[in-house]
Design a protein around this ligand. Structure first.
Ligand code: GDP
Ligand code: MN
Length: 380
């Protein structure tokens, strides 16, 4: 789960990572109240879970109450890369002498944590990596031994941070590492990490991704979840206990088993289609599960055809066939359904469907045939 910047800064606060003082505001009036309380100048920052807010006009300096009104009015409701701004973070403006970059993330293939530190922050790290890779100091950290202050001191020197920033930065990086590990993050990123003209180092931005696998030991994450805007299709699927991921294409996909679901996505792409989703109904899916899956996909207006790809193992194809009929009884399915049914009880399954087949309920003998048919229907 990604956090908003303000939540990331609150999370940082639990680990003593210094950030500017600020508060949230959902209206112009609230922004004014917060700014009056903090004192001027302030920075108004759009709270959306996407980067590049600065460039998009979502970060603005306000020197007085009129500017707060003007900028708050502008930023609230702004569309930043498809994310509508509903909330502002209003914080004391910082003077900036230098912008650095710091992050921790998982280096999965090496079973290590990866720290990235650069004296060239403020811009996207991908750009730095592309144009000036030597400007990034990478640190591979053994999760067993962790990051101590001595190693952090060597690291900030290696990254060429300004002398005056080094001790504070080293301490901050040890705290950020604690936040990343004890706080169960997949990513903890500060861009920019700033040095002020009076030599204070602090986090001006916060990008935190929490590792959902650890949510069982973080009941306090519920407050983050409350503001998490999940795809409504995913909420519906979760309620029905389905493993579903929404995508942008036009072919709705239902398969049993994650491997088959992924292969189905590949085949749909291969024959010129685009997948609207990933949906694995799992092993041993019965009629109820199949019906629920069809209902979820049917609720997606982008779907123009549904491809049901079942290779029965533990899952029995006759059960799947019953589920399809049940779904057709329960809801009006808006798109044609193309089925490829194979494996356990496939003959029985096809027999159940035989008398119901029509233009909107089609079976094909192979996965490739079914993909072609579904894609041509979706593109029709
Ligand atoms: P992002 O564009 O979404 O990454 O948002 P950031 O929080 O990183 O802000 C973008 C840029 O705005 C930073 O790199 C800074 O250059 C600038 N900025 C943000 N807050 C302040 C501030 O308090 N003072 C100054 N001078 N610049 C700021
Ligand atoms: Mn940033």
């Amino acid at each position: 789960m990604d956090l908003f910047e303000y939540q990331g800064k609150q999370y940082f606060g639990r680990f003593d990572i210094p950030t500017p003082v600020g508060d949230i505001a959902d209206t112009v009036a609230e922004a004014v109240a917060v700014a009056d309380r903090i004192g001027y100048p302030v920075v108004l920052k759009a709270q959306v879970k996407v980067g590049g807010r600065g460039k998009a006009g979502g970060v603005k300096l306000a020197n007085n109450v009129d500017e707060v009104r003007e900028h708050a009015d502008f930023i609230l409701g702004l569309d930043i890369k498809g994310h509508i701004v509903r909330r502002l973070w209003v914080e004391e403006a910082s003077s900036i002498a230098k912008e650095y970059y710091a992050s921790f993330t998982l280096d999965r293939p090496n079973k290590m944590h990866l720290g990235m530190l650069s004296a060239e922050g403020g811009v996207e790290i991908e750009v730095v990596a592309e144009e000036n890779p030597d400007a990034i100091a990478f640190l591979s950290i053994d999760p067993v031994t962790g990051l101590d202050l001595e190693s952090a001191r060597r690291w900030v020197a290696q990254a060429n941070l300004d002398e005056v920033a080094r001790e504070q930065a080293a301490t901050l990086l040890v705290s950020l590492y604690r936040c990343y590990t004890e706080g169960d993050c997949d990513l903890a990123e500060i861009n920019p990490l700033i040095l002020t003209p009076d030599n204070v180092v602090k986090a001006l931005d916060a990008k935190v991704t929490l590792d959902e696998n650890a949510s069982f030991r973080h009941p306090e994450w519920d407050e983050f979840r409350a503001t998490d805007t999940i795809d409504p299709r995913e909420i519906m699927a979760r309620e029905k206990g389905l493993n579903y991921i929404g995508l942008d294409g036009t072919v709705g996909i239902i398969a049993n088993g994650a491997g088959l679901a992924m292969s189905t996505l590949d085949v749909v792409n291969q024959v010129g289609g685009t997948a609207a989703n990933f949906l694995d109904i799992g092993g041993g899916a019965n009629a109820d599960v199949m019906a629920a899956a069809l209902e979820v996909i049917n609720a997606d207006p982008k779907v123009k055809a549904i491809f049901v790809n079942i290779f029965g193992g533990i899952t029995r194809v006759d059960e799947v066939a019953k589920g399809v009929l049940e779904a057709l009884n329960r809801v009006t399915i808006n798109s044609p359904i193309v089925l490829r049914l194979d494996g356990t009880n496939a003959v029985e399954g096809r027999a159940i469907l035989a008398e119901h087949l029509n233009d909107a309920l089609i079976t094909e003998p192979t996965m490739l045939d079914a993909a072609r048919r579904a894609v041509s229907l979706a593109n029709a």
